[in-house]
Design a protein around this ligand. Sequence first.
Ligand code: NAP
Length: 276
Amino acid sequence: MDGTALARRTTEETAAEAARVLERTGTAPCLATVLVGEDPASVTYVRMKRRRCEQAGIRSKHVPLPATVTTAELVDTVTALSEDPGVHGILLQHPVGPHIDERAAFEAISPAKDVDGVTMHSFAAMGFGLPGFASCTPAGIMRLLAEYEVDLTGKHAVVVGRSAILGKPAGMLLLGRDATVTYCHSRTTDLSRHLREADVLIAAVGRPRFIRGEDLKPGAVVIDAGYNEGNVGDVDFASASTRASLITPVPGGVGPMTIAVLLEQTVHAARTQLGL
Ligand code: NAP
């Protein structure tokens, strides 16, 4: 499943929409990126997201903060961005450091600007199936499944991982599309039995090549959301691709779709806030 190609097409549409917003209002959509500290992976992610924004005609306002920032200072910064009419979307790069109350910082993002889908409001909207901004990676996964016309109704979807930004919302979105969902995590006993029963497998573990071809049901659809050191996913692509009917590569699968959804949601947020 070619995430790079789908992300390119999605972002072309987003860029056209951003240009229409600018033409009609005189204002370009704007994403604020908040980065705490200088974790190399986070610096790279934020730089990549800002570059993609620029390519799509989305302004980005970068707010770097020292690693020593307090929860109160971070909350104040995010609150100011939530109230700034020139900012339409807010991305607070995770992780923010162990001394910070991350939930408090995320909740300072106004739901109208939560284009990364990290607030409790967005999470609840996803759960209820109501309009709201989805978590970008799970939403990107759903786009890939839709693009390849994977029928989810009644299918057994197994999600390995239950993080709040990835595994848990991915399962919620699959459930919303009538899949029968099993969550697996570090305390799951007999993981291999669940893997063998998966029609659709979402790997969101954070362990390089953790799932191998022999673990899979023949013909399974495999989505590898993992991104580990050395540019490797959670699935061993070489062995899994001989068994799966569809599989996402790493890189070039879920990763590009995550950014494409972020940009798309930023332009949607701008449209709404500018009254279009
Ligand atoms: P995370 O918060 O560390 O969660 C990992 C999950 O995997 C946890 O739920 C954990 O279970 C589970 N797990 C760990 N060891 C396991 C085992 N042996 N068997 C079964 N489950 C196990 O990680 P995350 O933020 O969700 O990220 C997961 C991966 O996705 C990482 O590689 C990350 O880089 C990647 N990612 C990619 C994107 C993208 O845009 N492509 C975005 C976000 C994340 P417990 O809950 O029991 O601890």
